[in-house]
Design a protein around this ligand. Structure first.
Ligand SMILES: N[C@@H](CCC(=O)N[C@@H](CS)C(=O)NCC(=O)O)C(=O)O
Length: 232
């Protein structure tokens, strides 16, 4: 199976970590999204969305990182995607929640517009409104993640077993490190981040992210996202 990917991408990192943890053999095909390779006809014909990741399993092409994780987990019979209908529904629920809730507001609404010029709004007023909206909603979803999904008693987002929802969500949350978000205000999220980072394959899947996205922005300034902002 071939994975078209970029090692820094928030949507490729979950698949790299899952594949490394589960010894899924993938042929990694780098798509240089920084140089714009994804918008060139060669890749656009593979994925009309012009985005990574794309899985190619013997000609069966699959886009969407959430769908790819589910497919790979099924292919290798991973316990991280339970077969029991209710347990599986819970994992699906949390993955949809990350996609349409936390990731949409935290990554697309608050971090990307500050990190990437192509996500920046066309004028300062629009940018400030976008960030204000993203901040309010990201804080809301982080509170749900901290207090309800993980809470004080769970190790992971669906209980005490790791699932593909953890692989999926951890990349979006740790993207916050590039924008200097201090998660210590959310104790259960912090505990979960530490647990995920303890996985032996974490560095294999994430070193490039820290080298090429977190480190270059270490002296940049970002809008804050803190519990104080939530209280304000
Ligand atoms: N919903 C898609 C999003 C894919 C996506 O946005 N990928 C980003 C990398 S994180 C990308 O390729 N961006 C290129 C661009 O938008 O220019 C998924 O989960 O796979």
């Amino acid at each position: 199976m071939k994975l078209y990917y970029h090692p820094v991408s928030t949507t490729s990192r979950p698949i790299m970590l899952f594949a490394a943890d589960n010894r899924v053999e993938l042929e990694y095909q780098l798509v240089d999204i920084v140089a714009g390779e994804h918008v060139q006809p060669a890749f656009a014909s593979i994925n009309p969305n012009q985005a990574v990741p794309v899985l190619d399993d013997d000609g069966f092409r699959l886009t969407e990182s959430s769908a790819i994780l589910k497919y790979l987990a099924d292919r290798v019979g991973s316990r991280a995607y339970p077969i029991d209908p209710r347990q599986r529904a819970r994992v699906n629920e949390r993955m949809d929640w990350f996609n349409t809730g936390l990731s949409r507001e935290l990554c697309y609404g608050f971090i990307y517009p500050q990190l990437f010029p192509n996500h920046q709004r066309p004028d300062g007023h629009a940018q400030q409104q976008t960030l204000a909206w993203g901040r309010t909603n990201a804080l809301r979803w982080l509170q749900v993640l901290d207090e309800r999904w993980i809470g004080p008693y769970n190790d992971y987002v669906c209980g005490n077993q790791i699932t593909i929802a953890d692989y999926f969500g951890i990349a979006s949350v740790t993207l916050g490190e590039a924008a200097h978000i201090d998660f210590s205000a959310w104790p259960n999220i912090s505990r979960w981040i530490a647990r995920m980072k303890d996985r032996p394959a974490w560095s294999v899947a994430n070193d490039a992210f820290y080298t090429y996205l977190v480190k270059p922005y270490v002296n940049a300034s970002f809008e804050s996202l803190s519990l104080q902002a939530r209280a304000a």
